[in-house]
Each structure stands twice: as C-alpha cells, then as structure tokens.
Design a protein around this ligand. Structure first.
Ligand code: G4F
Length: 324
C-alpha cells in the first residue's frame, strides 16, 4: 500500500533511510523532528516539529497530515546516556510512545480512519538475556533506563492492539549501523577514529568494554523490515537480526585491518565509558520475520565494517584536505 506516512525521528539514521525507501515506493512522507533538531532530510519530505515530552500538538498534526502509516522511531536512544538522564529517557522514550499512541487512538475515533503504527522496539529489552538466540517469546530483562523505557513502550503498543484493535506492531530490532550512525555509538566511533588515525588527524581512541557482543546489521536492510511489518495482513511483533554475534574487539580487528593498522597501538580503555549494568551478549533469531515477511538481511558484518570504514576514510581525507 502507498499513501501518506509519518516518520518520527526522521532526522536520525533510521529515519533518513526509511524516508528514502518510502519516497521510492511513492509515499507522501512527513517527518517529525525535535525542536531545534538538525540532520540529513531530503527536500521531498515535509518536516513538522513536536516535542514527545509534551505531545500537545500531536492531535493537530495528525489531523493535518492524515497519515495511513506512522513509524515511531524517535527516542532518547543512547543507552549509556540513559544512566545519566533516566527520567528524561523514560519521558521521551517511554511516555513519548504512549502520548503518540493515545493521540492516534483519538485521531482514529475523530476521523473514522485507520492508522498502521510501527514501534521501534529494541533488542536491549532482552538485556541480561535468559536464552540465546533471542526470539519474540524470549522474556525481557532490561539493564538500563533506556531498555526499561523501551519495555514500557513495547507493552503499550501491544496493549493498544489488544484493547482497541489498533494495527500496532513492534519491530524488535537488534543493533543496526551505517555511515549515518550517530558518532557516539561504538561502531561509528571506531570507524571515524580509525580513518582519522590513518590520516594522522587523531592519535588515540578511548573505548569502554571491548568484550560486549552484539548482533550488528545494516540499517538500510532494517528499515525495509519496518515497512514490511506494516504491509502484513495483521499487526504482530517481529525480531529483526542477522543471527550472528561479534564483540567490539572483533569490530576493531575488522576495521583497523582494512586500514593496515593494529588497533592495540591506538586504543585506550576508559573506565568512564563502561556502563553501570552491561548487556554482555545479544544474538537474534529472525526466523519469524524471514518466514512471514519474506525479509532477510543483505549486508553481513565484514561488509558493514568495510562500507563504514570506506565512508569515514573519505570524510577524513576531506578533513585533511581542508586543514591543508
Ligand atoms: O553502540 P552502542 O552504544 O549500542 P547499544 O548500547 O548496544 O545500543 C544500540 O543498539 C540498541 C539495539 O540493541 C538500540 F536499542 C540502542 O538505541 C542503540 O542504538 O554500544 C554497543 C556496545 C556496548 O556494550 C558498549 O558498552 O559497545 C560497548 N562500548 C565499548 N566502548 C561502547 C564504547 N559503546 C559506546 N557507545 N561507546 C564506547 O566508547
């Protein structure tokens, strides 16, 4: 189905990839961005501003936009930061989702129209994982204020589906990265630093826990799964993952080897970058999404590391040129 889509968090990594995918499919795309928020947005999307901590203009915006599909990607999404800002994170990431769900419920009542809702749920909800790999039925054990907020938002989404018959689906996405990934997340922090080190623009890279293992996929593949979930005949919850897990150390190996460098010469461990509670290992089983949605990841770990490193090498070269 094509029509009108509203993407919250449109200026983030996933928002930009999703907007491009929807535009290519012929959707009219509206985006919600935080007040004062910047980022890469194409001029083919219409931007609106809303504060999910307030939510008072959400109803008016829904009346104006009349969306067929809402993709809710906006959040305070940084796990480490959520330990410093737990209440803010609960407000934006948790209650923000509830404010939007309630605004959509009321909009549906007013207008008599049906909206399909996608909630960006997270593998962080599995936290201290009780089984590996994690599936749609694995019990949650969140290990950060961020993950707790995401668990709240997950269950609100399920509840709006069950209580009001809303078409509301959770995509439980494992880590997904790209050259557009925010610079404070570990993969991008590593590829940017490695490229700058290669060109003599930086000497050291400070990191936290190198033993953490994640199931890392490519963001461009994952936004396709979001779209597929809203085209499915019924609302449901799906794990989206590659099924492979790698440590931060292995990501370092991959990136620095691409640049003919040994990361041991540059990496310094900074205790301040460790988290009060860590998620040690995540690995997802996306068999349900593969079977029901026909989704599969296309970019593997090595290819992901390579494409991010090459992108950041270009950035570093431009920086070196500009510096003369
Ligand atoms: O890249 P990260 O910050 O991602 P994290 O915490 O896994 O969360 C990301 O993925 C989730 C999906 O599972 C999303 F829900 C969430 O919004 C976010 O996008 O950290 C990955 C691992 C962690 O174990 C961390 O302790 O890398 C470790 N790490 C080691 N040194 C570091 C660093 N993480 C960051 N950000 N910075 C470091 O210097």
């Amino acid at each position: 189905m094509t029509g009108t889509a509203l993407v919250t968090g449109i200026t983030g990594q996933d928002g930009t990839y999703l907007a491009e995918l929807l535009l290519d499919k012929g959707y009219r795309v509206h985006g919600l961005a935080p007040v004062g928020g910047g980022g890469h947005v194409t001029d083919r999307t219409t931007l609106h501003y809303a504060d999910l901590g307030d939510g008072s203009n959400l109803g008016t915006l829904l009346d104006q936009i009349a969306p067929d599909e809402v993709y809710h990607l906006a959040a305070q999404s940084h796990v480490r930061l959520s330990f410093d800002l737990p209440v803010y994170t609960a407000d934006i990431t948790g209650l923000g989702t509830l404010r939007l769900l309630e605004a959509i419920r009321l909009y549906q009542e007013r207008s008599g129209r049906r909206v399909r809702f996608y909630q960006a749920s997270s593998s962080e909800m599995f936290g201290k994982a009780v089984e590996t790999p994690q599936t749609e039925t694995t019990r949650f054990h969140p290990r950060s204020p961020y993950a707790c907020a995401k668990v709240f938002a997950y269950w609100q989404t399920v509840n709006y589906r069950e209580a009001y018959g809303m078409f509301a689906s959770n995509g439980i996405l494992f880590n997904h990265e790209s050259p557009r990934r925010g610079e404070s997340f570990v993969t991008r922090k590593i590829t940017l630093a490695a490229a700058r080190i290669k060109l003599g623009l930086q000497e050291k890279l400070r990191l936290g826990n190198l033993d953490a293992r994640r199931d890392w996929g490519f963001a461009g593949d994952y936004v396709d799964a979001m779209w597929r979930m809203l085209q499915h005949s019924e609302a449901d919850d799906f794990v989206i993952a590659t099924g492979q897990t790698h440590s931060v150390r292995e990501f370092l190996d991959e990136v620095f080897a691409t640049l003919d460098l040994d990361w041991h010469d540059y990496v310094e461990i900074d205790e301040a970058l460790f988290r009060p509670a860590e998620v040690d290992v995540l690995r997802g089983d996306s068999a349900k999404a593969r079977r029901v949605l026909g989704w599969e990841p296309r970019v593997d770990f090595r290819e992901l590391a390579r494409l991010m490193t090459e992108h950041d090498l270009k950035l570093a070269r431009a920086e070196a040129m500009a510096a003369g």
